[in-house]
Design a protein around this ligand. Structure first.
Ligand code: 5GP
Length: 178
């Protein structure tokens, strides 16, 4: 039996409203004159980060970091490898790390410590989705969109075997019984 998107967990309108709310919170906490550096985690956070940036009424620039975490296609092993690092100097910059989902917390913890090593003036984290019940390590998340149950989700940037990132709604992956 194959795994395919089965039902909508969060539709595009709910996501749009939440992203706008998150942008207002971020703006409310950034009063420094320097542009914010939005570090987007490839590839899953690309759609969330693009929508969030278009909502933000702040001067900002964008950077990317790509990670690969080993494991099965629906479970991460916690072993994280950076396959593309940021190219800009983060020293003294105000950084917002944008991630699609935090599950065990291992990827985010690794990325936070990696970026903190580059001596930013501040480092905050925005995640769209949080599977808090599945957390293995403590991580600080400054802005959270939705807490979701321990189900595997696709769409709105998130994939299963490289597919479904383009679905506009967030959907639960399940066994295709047809
Ligand atoms: P963590 O290291 O927190 O366990 O996992 C974070 C990474 O696992 C995310 O960046 C994402 O790539 C992947 N991940 C965790 N849960 C899901 C999920 O429900 N759907 C998809 N597509 N990826 C997930």
């Amino acid at each position: 039996m194959s795994l395919t998107p089965q039902s909508v967990l969060l539709d595009r309108e709910e996501i749009r409203g939440k992203v706008a709310e998150m942008a207002r919170s971020i703006e409310g906490r950034h009063h420094h004159p320097d542009p914010l550096l939005v570090v987007t985690v490839l590839r899953g956070a690309v759609i969330f980060a693009s929508d969030l940036m278009r909502e933000l009424r702040l001067p900002l620039s964008v950077e990317f970091v790509a990670v690969e975490s080993y494991g099965t296609s629906t479970r991460s092993s916690g072993i994280v490898n950076i396959t593309r690092d940021v190219t800009e100097d983060l020293d003294g910059r105000h950084v917002l790390l944008v991630e699609d989902i935090v599950d065990t917390g291992l990827t985010l913890r690794y990325l936070q410590s990696h970026l903190l090593g580059k001596k930013p003036a501040s480092l905050e984290v925005a995640v769209l989705l949080d599977k808090i019940s599945h957390r293995q390590v403590d991580v600080t998340v400054d802005y959270t969109g939705f807490v979701i149950p321990d189900v595997f989700v696709v769409g709105y940037g998130l994939d299963y075997s490289g597919l479904y990132r383009n679905l506009p709604d967030l959907m639960i992956l399940g066994e295709d019984v047809s």
